[in-house]
Design a protein around this ligand. Structure first.
Ligand code: SOE
Length: 387
């Protein structure tokens, strides 16, 4: 079997999810290349060595610039915090590497545009990891929409709600700093919802939004602090420079209307990525916390039997499921990343594109930035105003 050499930059939450995907893709799916886990790169040498030993990365590096210049690396996997994406992606593209990059794409639309242009100019394969598109129930929702099952879409109703920072003593990790994350849940979570809405409904034309910060100062992070992890706290205070919640309404180019709620202050909601889509012939509902199911209302059912049915999306005929277990043997969050790697390797082999890619990422950033302008100016903003 042909092989491709992968280097991963970033060894925390996403580093793990991606390592698992590179490992499992060839074990469960028929893929054209076997990924070789060549180099893992992180800032902390000991932590990176432990990470590499655990996941089977052959070598360790602490300087990402050396990694992107290596002749024996084909793919750069960018699993770092957002503020590092632009420089790594551009250097990787200039060195002719194919790129598998975590979301959100960048700190701004301008950065995303630069990244897209660099990747296109270099002619490399580029992928932006909005993993939820590759949840089988979500891919199946798209198939049902394409088959006309719910007819003309009227409404998108999306919410992405979490509660991991509601404690005022949760530290000021990188997600809470504008210079590192660009924005709060608006970028982190609304980016996923906008990706799903573009995937399932269509392009967004204009937005009105309100972004809100609830807690202005937090203790600086101590050892072990990170995404979803308070670690050791109690240090001096620093300023939170991003939103804590971001709500937006949107008009789609096809005439549909959408609402988006993103918050890290929704107590009880852990990773509640939820949407409802209402069409002229039926409706679809998805909730990541019940990710093996898709709810479907069919208006062609007899009127007195109408209601939402739960489709258990675990048949071999459902997208991606055939690679895993028999019907009813449910799958999880990490499988979406494996599906992305499978599609990435297939696209690499065919010389085709994969979606979402940096062009999608750029469009998403444009929508999100339009929402920030709307929140700041108090007016509705056309997405095309962001250039
Ligand atoms: C943190 O909010 C986070 O890890 C996001 O960054 C991911 O994209 C999301 O899938 C889960 O939550």
């Amino acid at each position: 079997m042909k092989t491709v050499n992968v280097a991963i930059i970033g060894t925390k939450f996403m580093g793990k999810a991606h390592s698992n995907a590179w490992t499992n893709a060839p074990k469960f799916f028929s893929v054209p290349f076997k990924p070789v886990l060549k180099v893992a790169c992180g800032q902390d040498k000991k932590g990176t060595e432990d990470f590499a030993a655990n996941w089977g990365w052959q070598e360790v590096e602490t300087d990402w610039r050396k990694v992107v210049e290596r002749k024996d690396v084909d793919i750069i996997d960018v699993s770092t915090p957002t503020y590092l994406h632009k420089d790594i992606v551009i250097a990787a593209a200039q060195n002719g590497k194919h790129i598998f990059c975590e979301k959100p794409m960048a700190l701004s639309y301008a950065q995303a545009k630069e990244m897209y242009n660099a990747a296109e100019k270099a002619g490399v394969l580029h992928y932006l990891n909005h993993n939820y598109r590759r949840c089988p129930a979500v891919s199946y929702a798209r198939q049902m929409i394409e088959e006309g099952k719910i007819g003309t879409i009227y409404h998108w109703r999306g919410a992405y709600l979490q509660d991991w920072i509601t404690d005022p003593n949760f530290p000021l990790t990188w997600h809470l700093r504008k210079e590192n994350a660009g924005a709060g849940p608006h970028y982190d979570l609304n980016s996923h919802s906008v990706d799903l809405a573009r995937f399932l409904v269509g392009e967004i034309k204009a937005v009105s939004a309100m972004l809100k910060r609830f807690i202005a100062k937090r203790p600086l992070p101590g050892a072990g602090a990170g995404t979803f992890k308070a670690g050791e706290g109690g240090g001096p205070m620093g300023e939170v420079t991003v939103d804590d919640a971001a709500f937006m309404v949107a008009e789609f180019e096809n005439g549909a209307l959408g609402s988006f709620e993103a918050s890290r202050f929704a107590n009880g909601r852990k990773n509640y990525n939820y949407f409802e889509i209402y069409g002229s012939k039926g409706s679809l509902v998805f909730n990541l916390e019940r990710m093996n199911e898709l709810q479907y209302l069919n208006l062609e059912d007899p009127a007195d039997q109408q209601g939402f049915r739960d489709i258990l999306v675990t048949n071999a005929t459902h997208p991606y499921v055939g690679g895993w277990w028999p019907p009813g043997h449910i799958i999880g969050y990490e499988h979406e990343f494996t599906h992305a790697v499978v599609d990435f390797l297939k696209a690499l082999d065919k010389g085709s594109k994969i979606k979402p890619n940096f062009e999608d990422g750029m469009r998403i950033m444009q929508v999100l930035e339009a929402a920030i302008l709307s929140s700041e100016s108090g007016r509705k903003v056309a997405v095309s105003e962001i250039q």
